[in-house]
Design a protein around this ligand. Structure first.
Ligand code: ADP
Ligand code: ASP
Ligand code: MG
Length: 839
């Protein structure tokens, strides 16, 4: 029983994380931040060192002497540089440098021995590579000490006892438990951190025997078991254990929690993130393992433990092992003959060949299984020998070897009893025309494995990953951000405001770029994304009145031609954002047919003739594209969204009414307080609330368009022409030049004064109200009771009232700023983010 009070935390730093002295320093910081709990540290060799040492071992017998010396020299320099960077000049550093020197002198001696022997045994190979872990552990211990933490290097041979199978040693649990407790507990009790080289164990002869590639994971769990750890953190160069190997499946995601059996299955079937036997020492112990990102120590990574519930999803992850050969034993004489399978596997066992997948046709006509390719010939020979008699009697046809195979394993405890998982796997492969050579499903139903040709393995993994939507259902953070390209149609005030907002979006899971800007003259396009600097330069040129076509790398084109040019590039997820006030329907059709989604602030296309707006919706449906248009009504206010949410939740919207024009709202609320109409217009112009010609607002056509868009949502089948719209511009003023109109504004005041007075006598105020239902649209000035919610709206705010089945007596009201470049851009941005999905 350990005497220290709290159970320790075992940290293992993987090789990929330990690239150089900066990385070692970062690891030191991680350890120091956990210093309040007893800590055990296990380290791998620095990145690439094990591979380099193996090269030394292999080439010592055959390679050229000079290049070998150079390789050894490089490795030595790399360690010396790290030592100099990490340790201040003094006794500690000199001691470290002399360890390094001795280690490489010993390596040179081993190499020259190998040159004479010309035979590399696993025993010597282990002796060669063991220095990688030993040196990095010594470096780590010294770096901890020099950072002020108490640390002590403990050699693995004093802790880990094994069966002595060089290159692939299996640990002896009881002996390791005893030795590790005896050695580590006193160190922990005095508050120091033992730092242990991973990957290495002791043979009974006392020589070093390695635990197999990736063996440091196993060292960590062995020590965790021995000291009764609270948890194990495996610090790696990935954000956690992922749904698939990120090098093969780019949209692999972190799995937040994984049952130990699932993790073991993945490791065993080739997931190169955990040593295949790393989970065995912790079986039955409640010690969770965390696979954590070295780059981001605050992130939780993946928890692997026996306490994790299977979860609802059938498949959690997949993995593949390449370099497999499929061996098939076939014969009519096998039917009903007992012992063929047993003899097959006994023969393989006799040659120490491990079989990873077995399948036997129920006709018992054949048994097939996969083995590592390098062992295929050996396996075949052993079976030919075993079944010599049967082959001679033609009871067994022979033993067939198909090399170049890969096993793809699909893993998840949740597939137990879930029908259709195998069908999903095969469906995904069939859709890609990928041939399945063999399949196996364990009776545990934790794993379905398929053998495919190695050339198909990557494609197979991506297809299965997509078919089970593993990038979504396993949750967790995203490995590679989703990418979306924004094509801005219109680069005026709103476009420029949006460009700024896009630059500030902070969603780690999403990379948004403006790929193109289009104006009436032409476009500027960069499939890699236009940089923020360039966008702001373009914006300032536009402000000065220049046209995009005339700017550097600008192309003259119509909007339609610009869209088809841009659509010719392989963009990931292009979205066309229409911020114009033009008739753009042709360009929008073009965008939809080329696979772009649409976000509209432009009201015109949807308020155009029914044939035009219906055609857009139809094209979108036919092409599987989406059109979002929140900003066409109420700028950034969630009006369209609210409508959809009500309907989706089973409500019925009868009527929507309210104030839809910030400009008219402002003018009429000023007028209602007694300010003359002409003055209200002039101040609205000065505040920038109106179009350059205020008659564009006063005509009511803009409100009518918004009303029509809302009415069409409710099912209205009609045209703008049929809409009753009250214009606030008297007939005589409609065709005057702007300056004449402005000069004569005062002529309108007496009429407005009279209207206001009449309203006041009825305790009412004037508002420009739109009211829509599925059957009618009315847009115009109304005298609304001063007690009504509409009367309370001041300034340029919008207010919308929904009357629905559910919200009848007490309608649902949405109020807020309904105009302005900033809020409109924000509404557009929301739609873009909604298209991106996730959060
Ligand atoms: P360590 O540095 O601890 O030895 P490894 O290199 O052994 O770490 O394991 C991490 C590597 O495993 C990652 O870089 C990744 O490429 C690979 N890998 C394969 N499958 C997965 C998976 N399902 N999840 C995470 N990483 C994986
Ligand atoms: N350094 C060893 C290897 O590269 C062990 C490990 O990293 O876990 O396999
Ligand atoms: Mg590893």
């Amino acid at each position: 029983m350990p005497r220290h009070r709290r159970a320790p935390h075992v940290h293992k730093f993987g090789g990929a994380s330990l690239a150089d002295s900066a990385a070692v320093r970062h690891a030191v910081e991680i350890i120091r931040s956990h210093r309040r709990e007893p800590t055990v540290v296990v380290v791998s060799a620095m990145a690439g060192v094990t591979d380099a040492l193996l090269t030394v071992a292999h080439e010592a017998g055959t390679g050229d002497e000079r290049s070998l010396a150079a390789l050894i020299g490089q490795l030595r320099t790399r360690h010396e540089e790290a030592a100099r960077a990490l340790l201040p000049a003094g006794a500690g550093r000199s001691e470290m440098l002399s360890h390094i020197r001795e280690s490489f002198e010993e390596l040179e001696a081993l190499a020259s021995g190998l040159r004479k022997l010309r035979e590399l045994t696993p025993r010597i190979s282990d002796a060669v590579i063991s220095r990688g872990e030993r040196l990095s552990a010594r470096l780590m211990a010294a770096a901890l000490e020099s950072a002020g933490a108490k640390a002590q290097y403990v050699d693995a041979l004093d802790l880990i006892h094994t069966d002595g199978a060089f290159g692939q040693a299996a640990p002896d649990f009881p002996a390791t438990d005893r030795a590790a407790q005896r050695t580590l507990n006193p160190i922990l009790n005095r508050g120091a951190v033992p730092v242990v080289p991973g990957f290495l164990g002791a043979a009974s002869s006392g020589e070093v025997a390695t635990l197999g590639r990736g063996g440091s994971d196993l060292t960590a769990t062995l020590l965790a078991r021995a000291v009764g750890a609270r948890r194990v953190s495996l610090w790696k160069d990935v954000p956690g254990l992922l749904t698939a190997d990120p090098r093969v499946v780019p949209d692999a995601r972190v799995i937040p929690q994984l049952h130990a059996r699932e993790a073991a299955e993945l490791a065993y079937y080739g997931a190169k993130v955990l040593h295949p036997r790393a989970l065995i020492p912790l079986a039955g112990r409640r010690i969770p393992i965390y696979v954590r990102p070295f780059e981001d120590p605050t992130s939780p990574g993946t928890e692997v433990s026996e306490a994790v519930a299977p979860g609802r999803v059938p498949v959690k992850a997949l993995t593949a092992a390449g370099g497999q050969a499929l061996i098939t034993v076939t014969g009519n004489g096998m039917l009903g003959v007992p012992g063929i399978a047993a003899r097959t596997f006994a023969a393989l066992h006799g040659r120490k060949i491990s079989v990873s997948l077995i399948s036997q046709a129920s006709s018992e006509h054949s048994i097939c299984f996969s083995v590592p390719e390098a062992l295929a010939t050996d396996a075949r020979d052993s079976l030919m020998l075993e079944f010599q008699g049967e082959i001679a009697r033609r009871e067994i046809d022979g033993v067939e070897v198909s090399p170049g195979m890969a096993t793809v394993a699909v893993v998840g405890l949740g597939m137990h009893g879930t029908p259709g998982v195998a069908a999903g796997v095969f469906g995904a492969l069939a859709a890609g025309n990928l041939n399945v050579v063999a399949i196996a499903q364990g009776s545990s139903e934790l794993n379905i494995s398929v053998v495919v040709s190695a050339a198909d393995a990557a494609d197979a993994q991506r297809r299965i990953h997509a078919a089970f939507r593993l990038s979504r259902i396993a949750g967790g953070s995203v490995i590679r951000p989703e990418q979306m390209e924004v094509v801005l149609l219109g680069f005026g005030q709103i476009g420029r405001a949006l460009a700024t907002l896009l630059g500030r979006v902070n969603r780690p899971a999403l990379s948004l770029r403006v790929a193109a800007v289009i104006d009436r003259s032409g476009f500027v396009f960069d499939p890699e994304g236009i940089s923020a600097r360039r966008l702001s330069a373009l914006a300032s040129e536009k402000r000065k009145g220049r046209r995009l076509a005339d700017l550097p790398r600008g192309h003259p084109a119509t909007a339609v031609d610009a869209v088809s040019h841009i659509a010719g590039y392989a963009l990931t997820r292009p979205v066309l954002v229409d911020l114009t006030a033009d008739d753009t329907s042709a360009a929008l059709e073009q965008a939809l047919t080329h696979g772009m989604d649409l976000v509209l602030a432009n009201k015109r296309p949807l308020a155009d003739r029914q044939t035009v707006s219906n055609a857009l919706w139809q094209t979108a449906r036919a092409r599987g594209r989406r059109i979002l248009h929140e900003a066409t009504v109420g700028a950034g206010l969630p009006i369209i969204d609210t409508y959809h949410k009500l309907v989706e939740s089973g409500d019925r919207v009868h009527r929507i009414e309210g104030l839809l024009s910030g400009t008219l709202g402002y003018v009429l609320s000023e007028v209602s307080t007694g300010i003359p109409f002409s003055r209200a217009i002039r101040s609205a112009m000065a505040k920038g609330y109106t179009e350059p010609d205020p008659r564009d607002d006063l005509s009511g056509i803009d409100v009518a368009r918004k009303a029509l868009i809302l009415a069409r949502l409710l099912g209205f089948q009609g045209e703008l022409k049929q809409t009753a719209v009250e214009s606030l511009v008297p007939r005589w003023a409609r065709s005057l030049p702007l300056s004449d109109f402005l000069a004569r504004l005062e002529e309108l005041d007496p009429m407005w004064q009279r209207r206001i007075e009449a309203a006041r006598r009825q305790a009412a105020v004037l508002r420009y109200v739109a009211s829509v239902s599925a059957s009618e649209i009315a847009v115009g000035v109304q005298a609304v009771p001063s007690t009504s919610p509409l009367a309370a709206i001041k300034g340029s705010d919008n207010q919308l009232v929904f009357v629905t089945d559910r919200y009848k007596a007490n309608p649902l009201v949405i109020t807020g700023p309904g105009a302005g470049a900033e809020v409109t851009a924000a509404g557009v941005l929301n739609d873009i983010l909604r298209l991106a999905g996730g959060s």
